[in-house]
Design a protein around this ligand. Sequence first.
Ligand code: NAD
Ligand code: UGA
Length: 464
Amino acid sequence: MKIKNICCIGAGYVGGPTMSVIAQKCPEINVTVVDLNEKRIAAWNDENVENIPIYEPGLSAVVAEARGRNLFFSTDVDEAIDRADMIFISVNTPTKTYGIGKGMAADLKWIELCARQIARVATSDKIVVEKSTLPVRTAQALKNILENTGNGVNFQILSNPEFLAEGTAVDDLLNPDRVLIGGDIDTEKGREAMQALVDVYGHWVSNDHILTTNVWSSELSKLTANAFLAQRVSSINAMSELCEVTGADVNEVSKAVGMDSRIGAKFLKASVGFGGSCFQKDILNLVYIAKSFGLNEVADYWEQVIIMNDHQKRRFAANIVKTLYNTVSGKKIAMLGWAFKKDTNDTREAASIYVADYLLSEQAEIVVYDPKVTEEQIYADLDYLGSRTGEENRKSVKIVNTAKEACLDAHAVALMTEWDEFLDLDWEAIYEKMLKPAFLFDGRKLLNKKKMIDSGFKFYAIGN
Ligand code: NAD
Ligand code: UGA
């Protein structure tokens, strides 16, 4: 079976980059990415390719190459579904904020809406691919919805979770560690559908990097991978606190530990806490699934990863207050970086939001600088927490265009995101323009301690 038309529902951080790379690598396949969000689609279609809605190194060049040739962005969901042989569902699956499973389970409302829309619109056989991260056994629910339409259309459901990380999405897509495809291995139709997707990736991914499994293994592997990654961050962050009271240096510890080939060096960087749209939501979802099967010890084990992460964010903020003589009321704190990691404009679950909220509750005045995050987004993040009115947030939080401006007359600087440009700042000049004593809190262990102390700062870094 040869795929000629692909539709992807959801033009977000996953749908946009993933489909752009598929279109770039498969010029004979028409790829249409659809979304209900008109503003987002308009931005993907912006004449100036630098204005696409997602900042990812290398992405605009990929879009520039394929857009208008075989890559299209549209709000006409029905038409794209009808034309496609293969439909990727790449919509958001956030933590539920209401009802049963509130605060834990994944909200599958948007997934179900997609399934119902596909069922309503489809007039020919389709391969439906779960690209969103989903609870294990969601494919069964999709199958039930799709197969009960009575219009004679056949659907094959595949699970093809995405492992890209933001900030390195294009590279991750071009050179994936593995592509995982789960399907109905036991039937011929199922195997055909899997092969059709293998052939799409086969345009640029070698066969030994494409792994086929049953659907449930594929769905659960995605949650497992995120849980393991987040667990490593919480593990090293737990050690960072121990380092601070014992005189060990967490960077030295992670280097020593990571040189053991059984442990490996990646994902052992201590930080102010992991953020991003997925680690927390996927672990909460895992905890919920385990609990729903009565596996309470399994649930408790994974929940601890989140508890540690919340602790890390809180203790970073609390340390700022404590160090500034137990009060930040009326004091100006410069926050450098707002995104949850460097090289992305995504702020979902960023540690900065929670640290800012804590400091604002202590009546601090906050000035934020981030090279890629908009003012509108920063206020939206704070407003969403509901800790104070939008007006109060705008009064106590200012957003500026340079790091230097943020630090002017500040009592303290909190480095929240590891943007490369923060390494190259003229820290001596920044020190000169701050109130004294000038405090610097490095939440990313990015800066050279000796250099900062020599520049005059009272310097505090996570894990040291
Ligand atoms: P996102 O919020 O950036 O994008 C989702 C898009 O889907 C939104 O633009 C929304 O308007 C659209 N949408 C929702 N319902 C729709 C509908 N019925 N019809 C048309 N459009 C609809 O989300 P994202 O970050 O791209 O994540 C999508 C999924 O991929 C999630 O399940 C997430 O867990 C998973 N994932 C994300 C990442 C990541 O790095 N962000 C990585 C791997 C997996
Ligand atoms: C993560 C996974 O790495 C991807 O494989 C997965 O596809 C994705 O989640 C997802 O499912 O959404 P992402 O959240 O984009 O990707 O970024 P990461 O690089 O994993 O970083 C997550 C958070 O952990 C960031 O806040 C980062 O600063 C923090 N982190 C990461 C650390 O604090 N220390 C580390 O050593 C690594």
